[in-house]
Ligand binder design. Structure first.
Ligand code: AMP
Ligand code: GLY
Length: 423
């Protein structure tokens, strides 16, 4: 079977790496891909939102399964278009992807179906948003309703900051139309945990927990990024809390889908805050996490093609997932200046040392080939991922590898997985 993966980040490199292990796969294409993906698959220069271009490519190449990485392709309706043309594609339709593309839709759904989430209000008029903030305790969390490249959430420490944030999002249109409506919600305290589940519309299969590190600096300081590193398993997701995730999040989610006639097939990734009162959903993503995928797929023992096909066919009840007991840690090496402005095109050295390694995998994110050399091409450049018998071993191995890779201005957190070792 020929596979087309859509996207160009570390998540897509991990997907291609895993799909490539399937004996059922004859060839993989990736649109548009990156330098690392290009060593495993054929990169095709079609952008993730060029739906007509992607459809034509899939038809011409007789692609047997298309796998969608990023949220914007889902929100643009790629799954609907492929399905209408009789092509098999993994991911939710545009309507189902609203759980991610509209925070208001997701909030209202959670409220209707009793899924725990922060108390909130939503607004289309800035005066009403300002008035609501007067009654809130600080900090408050202000979120653009639509997709904003992971930057649409602001934690406002004071009423002054809240007022400025509302003005920037709603009046100055910092995130364009994505900020025409906003959600304002209470600030929750606790540790965050990423949950991934394959959902076929009626059944779901839960993955082990993973933890991301969103802030750019050690100790969770500084501005939010797309994610500076991850680890799995997450011992904070105890069997007791996992039981609550099944009962309080996943089961009501599936029941809610059925009650409302929504077909959701694909990967559901609830971002949770584990509060003293239990798990609370911060957001729903409708795609694999980045860099969560980089630590989850190396632990997956099943053939990913089988699991994706069972998801599309509504047959997950006939599958069971098997996980490697080993731990994984992914440290993101980022361009100097990220998440702000950064330079591109800088040569990366040291990568070849890991080509044959069994326990270190270098997932590329923002890289490309320039005259046959790998150079930086984005903010998050590499996801240096290691497996180990336990978390401490995986962490040490990941940082040993990081120390042997170099590009000018590179920065990374030195405390990835530390929160999984304490307590
Ligand atoms: P979201 O895109 O909604 O997950 O928000 C991005 C990040 O903002 C989350 O990963 C949290 O770190 C933080 N965040 C979002 N909502 C809340 C909340 N209600 N309380 C505390 N932190 C939050
Ligand atoms: N790592 C967080 C995300 O993929 O949204």
């Amino acid at each position: 079977m020929k596979i087309l993966v859509i996207g160009s980040g570390g998540r897509e490199h991990a997907l291609v790496w895993k799909l490539k292990q399937s004996p059922r796969v004859t060839k993989i294409f990736c649109a548009p891909g990156n330098a690392g993906i290009g060593t495993l698959a054929t990169n095709v220069p079609i952008s993730v939102t060029d739906l007509a271009g992607l459809l034509k490519f899939a038809q011409d190449e007789k692609i047997g399964l298309t796998v969608v990485g990023p949220d914007d392709a889902l929100a643009a309706g790629i799954v609907d278009l492929f399905q209408k043309n009789g092509l098999r594609i993994f991911g939710p339709t545009r309507a189902a992807a609203r759980f991610e593309s509209s925070k208001i839709f997701a909030k209202e759904f959670m409220q209707r179906h009793g899924i725990p989430t922060a108390a909130s209000g939503h607004f289309s008029k800035s005066e009403e948003a300002h008035a609501f903030c007067q009654k809130m305790k600080y900090p408050v969390v202000i979120k653009a309703d639509g997709l904003a490249l992971g930057k649409g959430v602001v934690i406002a420490e004071s009423s002054d900051m809240a007022a400025k944030t509302i003005y920037r999002i709603m009046e100055q249109k910092q995130f364009g139309e994505a900020g025409s409506n906003i959600v304002i919600e209470e600030f929750l305290r606790g540790q965050e945990c990423s949950i991934h589940a394959l959902v076929d519309g009626k059944n779901y299969l839960l993955f082990p927990g993973a933890q991301d590190h969103k802030q750019v600096f050690d100790g969770d300081r500084g501005p939010n990024t797309g994610g500076m590193g991850t680890f799995s398993p997450a011992k904070i997701l105890t069997p007791e809390i996992e039981g609550r995730v099944h009962r309080e999040v996943m089961q009501p989610f599936l029941k809610g889908l059925q009650a409302e006639g929504i077909t959701f097939q694909g990967l559901l990734f609830p971002g949770l805050m584990l509060t003293s009162g239990g798990p609370s959903v911060l957001e729903f993503n409708c795609r694999f996490g980045d860099p969560e995928t980089q630590v989850l797929l190396p632990r997956l023992k099943n053939d990913l093609v089988d699991l994706m096909e069972a998801t599309i066919d509504g047959a997950l009840d006939r599958q069971s997932i098997i996980w490697d007991d080993r731990a994984t840690v992914c440290v993101v090496m980022a361009s100097g200046g990220y998440p702000g402005d950064y330079q591109k095109g800088l040569p990366i050295t040291g990568l070849e040392q890991f080509e044959e390694s069994d326990d270190v995998i270098i997932f590329h994110a923002g890289t490309k080939l320039d005259n046959g050399k790998v150079v930086t091409a984005g903010g998050r450049v590499l996801g240096v991922t290691a497996l180990g018998a336990d978390l401490r071993t995986a962490q040490a191995r990941a940082y040993e590898a990081v120390a042997r890779i170099h590009f000018e201005g590179c920065h990374y957190r030195t405390d990835i997985a530390q929160k999984g070792l304490v307590g």
